[in-house]
Design a protein around this ligand. Sequence first.
Ligand code: UD1
Length: 336
Amino acid sequence: MKVLVTGVSGYIGSHAALELLKAGHEVHGFDNLSNSSEEAVRRVRALAGRPLRFERLDLLDAEGLGRLLKEGFDAVLHFAGLKAVGESVEKPELYRRNNVDGSANLLAAMEAAGCRKLVFSSSCTVYGEVRENPVDESHPLGAVNPYGRTKLDVENLCLERARLDPRWRIALLRYFNPVGAHDSGRIGEDPRGVPNNLMPFVMQAAVGRRDKVRVWGNDYPTPDGTGVRDYIHVVDLALGHLAALDHLDAFVGARAFNLGTGRGASVLEVIAAAARAAGREIAYEIAPRRPGDAAAIWADPARARRELGWSARLGLERMCADHWRWQKDNPNGYGA
Ligand code: UD1
């Protein structure tokens, strides 16, 4: 297939582009490079040994999008978007414009070009307040911050689009917590500034860029009192997109799928696994809860297994080993 990848130089987009190339697809990607580096694209090309067309383009450039889509694509994988929860609370309008208006532009350009197959990067954040674990796709939806609101809004745009025109095929992939890196250690997550997410922070502590990890709360109703999440290896996640692409014709309209392992790990379990992978101790201290955090959330990934033939294969040890290799070989990310 000829596939367009938005957000191709980002963490998940770059890993998905690599797996697409390895599977023989023709890949064209774009990114506005606001939060990523073109070096990721160069490394994906080198790893795949195949061409990957890239251009700098912003989702808010409707004209540019229209021109690009007119080239003719079989499907679009849509990763581009802002993703920092804290920043979204400070700048909700920026998040709405980039994530929601940008996605609306993309859908309009696709429609105009007659490309109606889309895989959208959604998030388990659309489940809002978690009622019960594991969470399946029928769990009530809600937003607990502006970032989550944008994911929900884009899901709704997709559902609406598919309702109005049954020729559309859209997979809404609800990611749990992506971590890890390609096992070459050449591509990985490169957060700008101080990482908000646990794994990049833990790995930067392991490599000596941070003095210690702050554990946000140890008084949750979980086995060791710290927050529990469903961490998923980014390569498993990338392969979930290929499975979705392969199965888009099997369902009508827009359909949501959880991409998680179905297993939860606590903050302390992650720190311990990361320390084993890095072969060194990782200092941490217990700090107050972070406002807005859930105690625990993990996926019921049965629908993706049943309908997409996909399930996660790589466990926490492997996630940490691969993330560590990337961190150790690229202590300053792509900027080194
Ligand atoms: C967060 C976002 C989620 C987003 C995801 C990926 C919130 C409420 N949710 O998920 O919408 O899709 O990132 O970008 O922010 N932790 C620490 N110390 C740290 C960092 C994290 O103890 O320095 C703990 C957290 O309290 C949590 C776990 O580690 O229990 C995972 O946190 P994080 O990696 O930020 O992901 P989420 O909060 O699950």
